[in-house]
Ligand binder design. Structure first.
Ligand code: PGA
Length: 254
C-alpha cells in the first residue's frame, strides 16, 4: 500500500497593489520593507505589484530578499501589434513572479470580461507566473442579495482550466470596499471565502484546498489581524495601505 503525503498549504500571501502610484523615489518604501523583514523575519510571503515603469527597478531592488514583484495586468498574447500593452512574458523578463488580472478597476475602466480575464490568467501561466484573479460584487449586487451568485459566475468565467494549487490565487475584493474605508462584516467575508472554496472544488480546480484566497478592500494595519484570522482567508491584497512601508509592514506583521 502506498501513502500519499498531504502537502502543506502554501504560505499566507500579503500582496501590495500600488495601482497607478509611485515614481522612482517610491522604491525607498520597498527598500524599507526589505530592511525591516531582514531584521525580523516573517512567516508570510510578500509581494509588491508596482506600476509597469517600476517593475524592473523594483525586482532589482528586492532581489535576494524573498519579496516577490508582480504586474497589475497583462495582454493575452506573448507579443505583437498592441500599442501600450505588456505581455506576461515581458513581466517575467522584468522579474515578476505574479500578476494581478481582472481587478475591478480594470473590469470597470476597460470593460474587461470574465473571458478576457481568463485569457490573461492563462497567459501568465504560459509565462510561468502565478495569476491573482480578482473577483467581487458591486454595492447593488450586495444589496440585492446576489453576491454569492456573482462570485460563482466570475470564478467560472475567469479561472482557466487545469490551473490550481499554489499556482493560482483568487482575490475576493468587494467593489464597494475598495479604497472606501469600508470592510464587510467578518461573517460576510467568511461566507464569501467558503463559497469561493466550494465553487473551486465544484469546478474541479486541481488542489483546490491549496489555492490561496486573499481578501482585498480597505485592509489596514488596524483591521488586518482580525481579517486574516477568518477561515479560508489566506492573505490580503492591499491597495492604499501598501504604499507606505510602515502601513504595509503593519499588515505583514498583523
Ligand atoms: P484598497 O485597494 O486597499 O485601497 O482598498 C485594494 C485593491 O483594490 O486591491
Amino acid at each position: 500500500m502506498t501513502f500519499k503525503m498531504g502537502r502543506d498549504m502554501p504560505k499566507r500571501l500579503i500582496a501590495g497593489n500600488w495601482k497607478m502610484n509611485g515614481l522612482r523615489g517610491s522604491l525607498d518604501q520597498a527598500k524599507a520593507v526589505r530592511t525591516d523583514i531582514a531584521h525580523i523575519p516573517v512567516e508570510v510571503e510578500i509581494l509588491i505589484c508596482p506600476p509597469a515603469t517600476l517593475i524592473a527597478p523594483m525586482s532589482e531592488c528586492l532581489s535576494g530578499s524573498g519579496i516577490a514583484t508582480g504586474g497589475q495586468d497583462c495582454h493575452a498574447n506573448a507579443s505583437g501589434a498592441h500599442t501600450g500593452d505588456i505581455s506576461a512574458e515581458m513581466l517575467a523578463d522584468a522579474g515578476c513572479t505574479y500578476g494581478i488580472v481582472g481587478h475591478s478597476e480594470r473590469r470597470a475602466d476597460y470593460r474587461e470580461t470574465d473571458e478576457a480575464v481568463q485569457w490573461k490568467a492563462l497567459a501568465l501561466r504560459r509565462a510561468g507566473l502565478i495569476p491573482i484573479v480578482c473577483i467581487g460584487e458591486t454595492l447593488d449586487q450586495r444589496k440585492d442579495g446576489s453576491t454569492l451568485k456573482i462570485l460563482e459566475s466570475q470564478l467560472i468565467g475567469s479561472v482557466p482550466k487545469d490551473v490550481g494549487g499554489a499556482e493560482l490565487v483568487i482575490a475576493y475584493e468587494p467593489v464597494w470596499a475598495i479604497g472606501m474605508g469600508l470592510v464587510p462584516e467578518n461573517r460576510d467575508i467568511a461566507e464569501a471565502h467558503a463559497h469561493i472554496r466550494q465553487v473551486l472544488k465544484q469546478m474541479s480546480v486541481p488542489d483546490a484546498d491549496e489555492v490561496r484566497l486573499l481578501y482585498g478592500g480597505s485592509v489596514k494595519p488596524s483591521n488586518a489581524g482580525e481579517i486574516l484570522k477568518i477561515a479560508n482567508v489566506n492573505g490580503a491584497l492591499v491597495g492604499g495601505a501598501s504604499l507606505k512601508a510602515e502601513d504595509f509592514l503593519g499588515i505583514i506583521r498583523a
